[in-house]
Design a protein around this ligand. Structure first.
Ligand code: ATP
Length: 373
């Protein structure tokens, strides 16, 4: 990357600028007034559920769809009317789209041949990129003689060999099983860093987005609802959709009971107690409000957790032992169920909790995030 966090520098010039882009198919709005800046060297993930418009947005960047309105600028150049093959971009498709009758080498060389590059240069570039994706040994194989993960690397090599300034990847790791996907994620980051190419990745997999991205744009219903680093998106979700979509979360509803300058107290019938938030918010007394608390930020104990700012009582009604952590569901008297997750730091289970145990749940004031609906 050019700078560690270029988006925080007011003087940094975005490499990709998306300005008020809308795409309609007939009367249906697939992408609605999206504006976004991506900086050189970023791995920017568009994350959202099926049908939210992320692939359509990606296809507009690559030139395969024409925006209904708005502007796309790549490296200072307006892309209006520029055909896909004239753009300094490339796209790696979900299906990899390798030519089945061609060897790995020929698949990779294809685009360079079409661009009329000299034979010697093609040979050098193909060798270099094959070694970068650690596939040199497979140069003469055909796609059907490769595993899914190997095909994925060839597709990546083919999309990188023309040295695009911007590479779009549509669910690049979707076809791989979990373990291979995790290995390939870190390889993808290494390759991206060594080439300095800017990546825009589409995925519906939140773990993948968290691992790969410099920043994430969360999409729903054709709109980007929040842009931030993985940490910002996870710890400071701006609304309920983002809080719910990324990781697991407890949302407590209530009304503002005390609206202080440096704190807020929320009366919540769901918890049966008041919830303390250690900062002021924009709101008025009596206003409906929700607070999101991640399961791993809640302590659980048979004893009263006296040093926690927020406390609620409940009864354990489900325990799932996962090895590295244990997940609990705790029922409150209001009927609300709270998810709690505790890491298993020791091998002993002297304090193990069982279904039916009366417990106290507690979380620090700063652990909760106020979210709008
Ligand atoms: P997925 O993860 O399922 O691929 P996505 O977020 O990538 O979803 P898009 O492919 O961008 O979703 O589609 C967004 C919406 O636009 C969907 O409701 C889809 O049906 C619609 N859509 C996409 N392409 C067309 C088209 N050519 N004509 C009409 N509607 C379309």
């Amino acid at each position: 990357m050019t700078a560690a966090r270029p988006w925080t520098d007011p003087n940094a010039v975005p490499f990709l600028q998306i300005k008020n882009i809308t795409k309609k198919f007939g009367a249906f709005v697939a992408v609605e007034n999206v504006s976004l800046d991506v900086y050189k060297g970023e791995i920017f993930c568009l994350l959202g559920g099926s049908g939210c418009g992320k692939s359509t947005l990606l296809r507009m960047l690559a030139g395969f769809e024409t925006p209904t309105s708005g502007q796309i600028i790549i490296d200072g150049q307006d892309q209006d009317g520029v055909a896909p093959y004239d753009r300094e971009t490339n796209m790696m498709f979900q299906s990899y789209a390798l030519f089945p009758h061609m060897t790995v080498e020929k698949n990779i060389a294809y685009g360079l041949k079409r661009a009329g590059l000299p034979r010697a240069e093609i040979a050098t570039r193909v060798t270099d990129i094959l070694s970068l994706v650690q596939m040199d040994r497979f140069a003469t194989r055909k796609p059907h003689q490769l595993s899914g993960g190997q095909r994925q690397r060839i597709a990546l090599a083919r999309s990188l060999v023309k040295k695009p300034k911007l590479l779009m990847l549509d669910e690049p790791l979707g076809a791989l099983d979990k373990k291979l996907r995790e290995e390939t994620q870190s390889e993808l980051i290494k390759i991206q860093e060594s080439l300095g190419v800017t990546f825009v990745v589409v995925t519906h997999d939140q773990e993948e987005a968290m691992t790969l991205s410099s920043r994430i744009g969360v999409m729903t219903d054709g709109q980007i609802v929040q842009v931030g680093t993985p940490h910002e998106i996870y710890e400071y979700p701006q609304n309920r959709f983002v809080a719910d979509f990324i990781g697991s979360v407890n949302v407590f509803e209530g009304r503002i009971k005390e609206d202080g300058e440096d704190h807020v107290i929320i009366a919540s019938p769901e918890t049966g107690t008041d919830i303390y938030v250690p900062h002021g918010i924009v709101g008025v007394e009596g206003q409906k409000i929700a607070i999101a608390v991640r399961p791993e930020k809640i302590e659980i104990s048979k004893k009263q957790l006296i040093d926690m700012r927020n406390n609620i009582n409940g009864v354990v009604d489900e325990v799932s032992y996962m090895g590295n952590l244990t997940n609990y569901h705790v029922a409150l008297s209001s009927g609300k169920r709270v998810r709690v997750s505790q890491s298993n730091r020791t091998r002993d289970d002297d304090d193990a909790l069982s279904v039916g145990d009366k417990v106290n749940l507690g979380w620090a004031g700063r652990a909760g995030v106020v979210v709008t609906s």
